[in-house]
Design a protein. Sequence first.
Length: 454
Amino acid sequence: MPKIMIIGAGAGGTALLPILNNYKKIKVVGVADTDCEAPGLVLAKQMGIPTSSDFQQLLAEVNANIIINASGNDNVSQKLDQLKKLGELEVIEGESAKILFKLVDEKIQSEKEALHRVREHEALYKIGIMLTSSESEDELLSTIIKWATRLTHTPAGSIALYDAQESSMEIVALHGFKKTLTSEEHWPIRKGGLTEYILNMNAPTVIRDIDKFDLADISRIKMDGISSLIAIPLIADRTTIGILYVDDFVARDFSQRDEAILTLLGTQAAIAIEKMQLFEKTKKLAITDGLTGLYNHRYFVKYLGNEVRRAKRYTHELSVLIIDIDHFKSYNDTNGHLQGNEAIKKVTRVMKDVTRTMDVLSRYGGEEFAIILPEANKHQALQTAIRICKSVEETKVLGEEKQPLKKLTISIGVATYPEDATRASALVESADQALYEAKHKGRNRVVAFKDKNT
């Protein structure tokens, strides 16, 4: 078995030592260096290999037959030449040593790359699990951006989703930007713009220096200080659903590895986003009314129960409006069900315009609606109800002149927690009684519970 001694325990010798020591058909018997703190000497001692600051003394002790001279010292080379003349020693140095070191370096780099790839694929596997277990779209998008920037070592990134009907893009996730974007977060896809360019590509779009990129209009991203980027179209089932960006604020030379890993992540991301969108759509369909887009009766009951408990916990007030379109059967019989549906949608739009974003609107059934007004007292609820009632009366509706009141109108009953009831079901019943009173008094009006005698 060849016995090898290494002279010179600097960077070259240190890199060479573990590779040679792990090779079973040879044996490293010693490492020498004049510097007692050389990293190769420290490593050799940890591996149990004899060391010395005097290579000749060590050579006599370990009886090596191959010397690798990594010292770069002419005096050492001259002494080794004398030993070679005896014919019992083989010396690898000079150009031969350089070739050996190059091969060793390439092997080390290859092993590092292999380890890096293994870690990347492990990361992608973990990412896949996290994406499939995300419970909301926000959590999903945040996970994608976090890992996209981490894997490519970029400081910023974003996800923009594509609206095919509007032919536009909208930023739905951001990471690494110190302030809100100075450019649009929602923009139409412009002819000759960068977005169109990215979507038309069948591969990642890599821009290493934005100032040298002149194939498309790049004014939008330059406004945000972006100097370089990779953009990956997100495609699921041959349908483009968006773009994943990783960005840097300085010009940089992205590697092929960056492109490859981001492409793999983009494939996972597109599938996960599509599934989440389908899930959210299905979930929304289960709690919304198909005609109006408002919440349905089932959701209203559940939400009201939660709001009553919250109002009780924080000692807030809470009001409920029950709304009915006056003489709606007459309107349907006269104008037909299709026009009746249009009337319901007009009333819906009026309610949305008048109410707050925190208010919960639902289609209670047929021509009836219900609205939850969190933290609204009786006076505030009455003001809202009056505005709705008046706005519906002022809204032009086709065929309304044939109605008994010559207009399409509504009646509204109002009840407030805890003044009128302390349970959700009782609150609805109180509002319903007030609505009945509004109908009894001639319709097109608002009545609050306990105000029936006024």
